[in-house]
Ligand binder design. Structure first.
Ligand code: SIN
Length: 306
């Protein structure tokens, strides 16, 4: 039988390889998720869904800069009642873990949405406590350890599935926030969401995005994300998912060595297409083989040991 060096176990979820679709980059349809699975992703994280439908901000919601994308879409989503049907349908056709990203404006709302997502078939939920620009949710929750802990505890009590917590880099100490999350029961930490940013049109002298500020993603934030994963690994004992600017296998291996058990890919899909998951997986596999490692697990956090 062919050896699978790439399989991982993430808080009980079995992934054929450590690559995942990051939340936020693509929509909500089964067809989109199938395309990502066909592209080789080991798991999928949906765009964030809330209790009620939300139309998001007016255009422009995305702008390209010379070092990455800045987006402020404003959490547009169909609401969990509508999305629950898509979760069930997706679970009928997909055979990789489906993690539903959720947000709320109160701890109770997070818990209600998480419960509905889990009942519809989500294999885990990822708490968006890190969106850098929607008022009273996202990083406004994830920057305050006590409120964050209340949210995590409520969600943990509401769902029998693993709870991932996606952290913001826009904090004084991501290590303290990660520790607080794990104390409250987080099963997995995802690091990081986008970095708060903006762009200004010099002709009109106005901010380009309708919301003025948004979140920067892409290669510019990779060294920030890598540093966050490295620091978190030294302070918590749960799996970490690295996310931020990963575009090739070399980036992915850096995150694994820093302490990530898996990696999420987002912005790079826009330029490289969904086959990026296969390309990165092949690259990780070749690296493991060349270096004589028998599994991904053997290199997780290895940079801390030298
Ligand atoms: C958005 O919908 O505006 C982005 C969500 C996020 O940054 O988490």
């Amino acid at each position: 039988m062919k050896e699978n060096r790439l399989g991982i176990n993430l808080a009980g979820l079995k992934l054929q390889n450590p690559t995942m679709l990051a939340s936020g980059i693509l929509g909500y349809t089964t067809e989109t998720f199938k395309n990502i699975a066909d592209g080789g992703a080991g798991a999928i994280v949906t765009k964030s869904v809330g209790l009620k439908p939300r139309s998001g901000y007016a255009n422009p919601t995305v702008t390209q800069t010379n070092c990455g994308l800045i987006n402020a879409m404003g959490l547009p989503n169909p609401g969990i009642e509508e999305f629950a049907k898509e979760i069930s349908e997706t679970k009928n056709v997909l055979h990789i873990p489906l993690i539903v990203s959720i947000y709320g404006f109160t701890a109770e709302e997070y818990a209600t949405v998480a419960k509905k997502a889990a009942t519809a078939g989500a294999d885990a939920v990822e708490l968006n406590v890190s969106c850098p620009h929607v008022k009273e949710t996202g990083s406004e929750i994830g920057q305050k350890a006590e409120i964050l802990k209340e949210v995590i505890k409520k969600v943990k009590a509401a769902v029998p599935k693993p709870v991932f917590v996606k952290l913001s880099p826009n904090v004084t100490s991501i290590m303290e926030i990660a520790e607080a999350s794990v104390d409250a029961g987080a099963d997995v930490i995802t690091a990081i969401n986008t970095v708060k940013a903006m762009a200004i049109d010099v002709e009109t002298a106005k901010p380009i995005l309708s919301n003025k500020v948004g979140g920067l993603s892409g290669p510019a934030i990779k060294p920030i994300a890598l540093r966050c994963v490295y620091e978190i690994y030294q302070h918590v004992n749960v799996p970490i998912i690295g996310c931020g600017g990963i575009t090739n296998w070399h980036d992915a291996v850096e995150f694994l060595l820093a302490g990530a058990s898996a990696i999420q890919i987002g912005t790079a899909i826009a330029t490289k297409g969904s086959n990026i998951f296969k390309a990165i997986t092949r690259g990780i596999d070749a690296y493991l083989k060349r270096k004589g490692f028998r599994s991904v697990d053997e290199i997780v956090g290895l940079s801390h040991k030298s």
